[in-house]
Every structure is written in C-alpha cells, then in structure tokens.
Design a protein around this ligand. Structure first.
Ligand SMILES: [Zn+2]
Length: 170
C-alpha cells in the first residue's frame, strides 16, 4: 500500500517537474498570478508574491542573475575565488585615458566569462593571456600596459622583445 503511494507521488513529481511554468507549492497547479514584484540588490534580484488561482495559496519566488564563479590557481599553488571586480579594475587601469568605455570593458569580461564557464578552474596566467588577446584587438597601448603589469619582465630588453614579437606579427 505504502509503496504504491510512493510511486504515485513520484509520478506526480515527475509529471510536474516537466512543466514549464512556476507551479503552486501547495497544489502543483500552474495557474498562478503575480500579485507584486519588487527588485532588490540593484535590480539583480526580483522578488514576486504569487497567488495560486486554483487553491488560493500565496507564496514568494525569487529570480536572480547567476553570478559567474570559478577557482583561480595562482602561483605557489595558491587558489582563490575569481572576482570580477578585480579583473575589471585591472582592465580599467590598463585602458586609462584611452577613450574606452566601461561598456566595452564589460563586454570583454562577459565574453571571457562565457568562455571560461566550461571549466571549474583556471590559472591566473590563462586569464592574463585571454585578456591580452582581447586588448590586442581593442587597443595596442592598453595591451602593452596590461602586459607590462602582469607579465614579469626581467629587463626592459625582454619587454621590448615581447612587444616586437607580439605586435609586429599581427
Ligand atoms: Zn495551489
């Protein structure tokens, strides 16, 4: 008897898990009405009060932007969480007074995050290389600045060689 009940519950769950719309958490009906929407955290979270038109249940749902996350492997086997703000800051510094908008910088970051989203870990060297590839297309001065900060050149000759090798081969 109990086994049959569990199977029925499972069937119900399976059936409803295929549904496309928000369902009532009381009667599983999909006919729910939004009574009130409120955004918070600068619009990255929307809270909705809903009413089930079938049973009258009121409940709350949240819609939020998924924050990209990845582990960054640094030198000496140190690991830390990826921080978008840090990456953004480093690109803002490299593009200072180059007439490049924050929108263009964010486009680069979004493109990179999309590429990185297939992995669970990335090295900081991979990040620098990918940023350099982007900056090379966008603005050579920013590219050189970013390289000078992130790639540890021993001598100025090494730096000049790097620029010659990488910008002339374009
Ligand atoms: Zn309901």
């Amino acid at each position: 008897m109990k086994k049959k009940w569990i199977l029925l519950e499972y069937d119900k769950y399976f059936k409803y898990s295929q549904k496309k719309y928000m369902h009532c958490n009381n009667c599983w009906n999909e006919n729910t009405r939004v009574l009130d929407s409120r955004s918070s955290e600068n619009g990255s979270v929307i809270r909705r009060r809903r009413l089930c038109e079938n049973c009258g249940n009121r409940f709350t749902t949240y819609e939020k932007i998924e924050v990209f996350s990845i582990i960054v492997e640094k030198s000496m086997n140190r690991k830390e969480k990826y921080e978008k703000e840090k990456l953004q800051d480093s690109i803002i510094k490299a593009t200072n007074k180059r007439n490049i908008s924050i929108l263009e910088i964010n486009e680069i970051i979004t493109r990179l995050e999309n590429n990185w989203s297939k992995k669970s870990e990335i090295t900081s060297k991979e990040i620098w290389k990918d940023v350099l590839d982007e900056l090379k297309q966008l603005d050579e001065v920013s590219y050189i600045r970013y390289a000078s900060v992130h790639l540890n050149f021993e001598t100025s000759r090494d730096f000049i060689n790097f620029i010659q090798d990488n910008l002339n081969s374009k």
